[in-house]
Design a protein around this ligand. Structure first.
Ligand SMILES: Nc1ncnc2c1ncn2[C@@H]1O[C@H](COP(=O)(O)OP(=O)(O)OP(=O)(O)O)[C@@H](O)[C@H]1O
Length: 246
């Protein structure tokens, strides 16, 4: 695997929720690259993101270029699975609000809206957006607040095919010069999107290039049914969870 300088490092991470370990001894690092975070339901993908954001109690070390305390969060932008939005807010209000709280000038939020191709929709109420447009607005919000490390929690879920194509194009552009972790249930994605795959199931089951991890014998360690094919420029992976992932 190509070695790139680490931006985000996670070392011996443990998280307990509801009295049980949901992440155990998780260690990996990520440079300026795009990492797909996969694993069955309840594998700990969202919990990993919450720990990076300092939103759950954890044991272990999480650092952004040597900053391991809560200040590291200023570098991290988060796009949650369910977008908590007031439906009356406009795109601009939604995108600029967290940046405003951090004292970031509006120009940065404007540039973020432009980067996701939504500058012309700034005055539109969020309730009038499609699923794909909402995801793009959420990405702009995360970028505007200063996040050059982006944590995207299943951004392709509930997005129609056209929106999906637009999002994939945007994600390819965003990954230049940034660190992106994207949780996904779906493993059928263009192979040039991600640089690496982190296969989680409470622990790190595998971490490596797509060719290394998207293999039936690797994926079958956590999924009950797996078929993988490489078709044209894409991996086509069909998986089914075990009834009890742990
Ligand atoms: N607030 C909570 N209190 C207690 N346990 C929780 C809480 N939130 C999540 N969990 C548990 O933590 C484990 C990991 O959940 P998490 O949401 O991180 O997994 P995930 O991989 O993101 O799952 P999914 O793919 O279904 O979104 C699960 O067993 C879940 O039941």
């Amino acid at each position: 695997m190509v070695q790139v300088p680490a931006v985000l490092t996670v070392k011996n991470l443990y998280v307990y929720r509801g009295g049980k370990a949901v992440l155990e001894d998780v260690t990996f690092d990520v440079g300026k690259e795009f990492v797909l975070v996969v694993g069955p339901n309840g594998a700990g993908k969202t919990t990993l993101f919450l720990a990076v954001l300092n939103l759950v109690k954890y044991r272990g070390e999480i650092c952004v270029e040597g900053v391991c305390g809560p200040e590291r969060v200023k570098r991290v932008g988060y796009v949650p699975q369910a977008l908590e939005v007031g439906r009356d807010a406009t795109v601009w209000e939604y995108v600029y609000l967290p940046a405003k709280f951090r004292g970031i000038p509006p120009e940065v939020a404007k540039a973020a809206l432009e980067e996701v191709g939504m500058a012309d929709l700034a005055d539109r109420p969020l309730s009038a957006l499609s699923g794909g447009q909402r995801q793009r607005a959420a990405i702009a919000r995360a970028l505007a607040a200063g996040g050059d490390i982006l944590l995207l929690d299943e951004p392709l879920a509930n997005v129609d095919p056209q929106g999906r194509l637009e999002l994939l194009t945007l994600l390819r552009e965003l990954k230049r010069g940034r660190t992106i972790l994207m949780a996904s249930h779906e493993l059928t994605l263009p192979s040039d999107l991600a640089d690496k795959v982190l296969l989680l199931n409470r622990r790190v089951v595998a971490y490596g290039s797509l060719d290394e991890v998207l293999q039936e014998e690797v994926l079958s360690k956590v999924y009950s049914y797996v078929r993988v094919a490489k078709v044209g420029g894409s991996y086509v992976c069909v998986t089914e969870d075990y009834a009890h992932p742990h």
